[in-house]
Design a protein around this ligand. Sequence first.
Ligand SMILES: [Zn+2]
Length: 140
Amino acid sequence: MSDKSENRIEIHFPSGHLGASTDDDALNLIIRALSLKHGQPGEWADKYGTNYEDEIIAIHRYCWCEGDSCPWCASDAPNFLHKPSGFTVRWYKYIGREMNVNMQPPRGLVDLVTDADIVALSEKTEETRSGFAEMLKGPK
Ligand SMILES: [Zn+2]
């Protein structure tokens, strides 16, 4: 360790703490974009997700109610479900934090997100639109 680093302070945030970032992986980005698209104004859906369901997907925010009959607290209902494939994602508090999945993300998942959804997400953040476009192309 150099002399310089002895005085360095490191602050570690859990992944997702500050919202969307170009450090996010594609799955994280897709869920954020879908949540923002279907969320309510002021809900911070791009960070926490939203409660939404249609024929293809179901999204549910992390739940803190601790209710005995709550599917998310008393059981392990997923925060994101892709109905055609049965693909599920669970996260802790916010999208991206301690995310776990039940299988590889299915083909077609990315097709649920349009360019307009990505633009809307990037406009919610300080990240550049081109940064998100690079992410969707895959690992550098
Ligand atoms: Zn609950």
